[in-house]
Write a protein that binds this ligand. Structure first.
Ligand code: URA
Length: 444
């Protein structure tokens, strides 16, 4: 079957064979299928969908297109956590030391931010000296020695996904559940961890607008993982307001250090503890989620996780003095306050608008090579449900030397008010723990 027939088949809503999916990916990689043909197929998929077999075959074809990391030498059960991306989502930075302190190995490959979502690697680069690019050997050796490592994801893992994602990004074809599942799961499989926890976000600042879509994506990811031999746990969490109070690179590092000192925002602590608990159960370290979560919460309040974070920074050549002196992190040129236009209660904070404001002052990038300002961003002073008086500060804009007026206007519009008390909707909606990792039996 040629590429035109493959596109036409999906346009008519028919089901592909394994061979057709593998052929399409091979032709894309070799350049035999043109970008406009792959784009046409992607749009047909967005409209007609892919069934679970097709999604699994696409995932497998992405994995097979590149290298796989071998973590068998890491010396224990290796955990990986991934978020589908949200505003102020900094959980990875805390989870690495929390999980390593709890006795599992953490192998984290992360990306840079694009569009409105922040990238963990960019956040770490706010720490002076922090080495975010480790070789494969350095990565595995550090996991053996310290139980944890984080590095930027290289282009040789699932490269076919990278190519297809670049086309999706410019053809309005990102928002497809099977395409997102294949993209995310292929990279997780290639990254080699034993236990995978996915934080699937929904709401105004997330790829999935509704809870139903998030549940659908969670189910698809778990099912594809199962068919390809990986146990995947999913947590669905709300992104209908930013997570924590800080959005921006230095600002998020500061919020994480405060969390590791036991003084973090409650929503951020709750989500980190839940994601970590799910990972520890998946890794077979605990039988009950409650026990796992109690252990993680204790680590945040007794200094254990902070001490572990210090060893991570030291190992990756970052300046540990930032743990006590936040002025060593990149700083904004000015901090502007946005006053509340009325008294009442905060009914909604549009996470996407807050992210847009952060991007307008330089915290986000339009294309993957754009420079960003690590010292700027937004700090919320109020969250959904809080009471506010007219004139009281709602939010701080930490700005650089760029014009900040548009960002201030965007921020003002992000806040919606109610005259009646408001209860914030639940942060965590659904937790589904995959099969618990079993030590492979040793052949004698
Ligand atoms: N993140 C990914 O890696 N892929 C997608 O398709 C969407 C979010």
């Amino acid at each position: 079957m040629n590429i035109i027939e493959i596109i036409d088949k999906k346009r008519r809503g028919l089901t592909h064979s394994h061979e057709e999916i593998a052929t399409l990916v091979r032709m894309m990689e070799s350049g035999k299928a043109h970008d406009y043909q792959i784009s046409a197929w992607l749009m047909a998929v967005c409209i007609q969908g892919l069934n679970m077999d097709e999604t699994t075959w696409l995932t497998q074809a992405f994995v097979d297109s590149g290298k796989k990391i071998d973590l068998s030498e890491a010396g224990g059960v290796v955990v990986d956590k991934h978020s589908t991306g949200g505003v102020g989502d900094k959980t990875t930075l805390a989870l690495i030391p929390m999980l390593a302190s709890a006795g599992v190995k953490v192998a984290k490959l992360s990306g840079r931010g694009l569009g409105f979502t922040g990238g963990t690697i960019d956040k770490l680069e706010a720490i002076p000296g922090f080495k975010t690019s480790l070789s494969g050997i350095e990565f595995v050796e550090q996991i053996q020695k310290l139980g944890m490592a984080i590095s930027s994801q290289t282009a040789d893992l699932a490269p076919a996904d990278g190519k297809m994602y670049a086309l999706r990004d410019v053809t309005a074809t990102v928002a497809s559940i099977p395409l997102i599942a294949a993209s995310v799961i292929s990279k997780k499989i290639a990254a080699g961890a034993d236990v995978i926890v996915l934080d699937i976000k929904y709401g105004s600042g997330a790829f999935m607008g509704t809870l139903e879509e998030a549940k659908d994506l969670a189910f698809t990811c778990r099912e594809v993982g199962k068919r390809l031999g990986k146990s995947i746990s999913t947590v669905i969490s709300a992104m209908n307001q930013p997570l924590g109070y800080a959005i921006g690179h230095s600002l998020e590092v500061i919020e994480i250090i405060n969390l590791l000192k036991g003084q973090g925002p409650q929503d951020l602590e709750d989500l980190c503890v839940r994601l970590g608990g799910v990972a520890l159960i998946g890794a077979g370290r605990f039988d009950s989620l409650e026990d796992a979560e109690n252990t993680l919460r204790a680590e945040l309040h007794d200094g254990t996780a902070l001490a572990k974070f210090k060893t991570l920074i030291q190992a990756q050549r970052g300046d540990v003095a930032i743990l006590e002196d936040f002025s060593l992190l990149p700083q904004p040129d000015r901090v502007l306050m946005v006053p509340s236009p009325q008294s009442g209660y905060i009914a909604e904070i549009d996470a996407l608008e807050v992210a847009k404001a952060a991007k307008l002052v330089g915290a986000g990038r339009l294309t993957k090579d754009c420079p960003i300002n690590l010292g700027v961003g937004v700090v919320l002073r109020k969250k959904v449900g809080d009471a506010v008086k007219e004139g009281e500060t709602l939010v701080e804009l930490h700005a650089g030397d760029k014009d900040h007026w548009e960002a201030l206007e965007v921020l003002k519009k992000a806040f919606h008010f109610s005259l009646e008390p408001v209860t914030a909707s639940p942060l965590i909606e659904e937790v589904l723990i995959g099969d618990v990792w079993q030590k492979p039996s040793v052949k004698v």
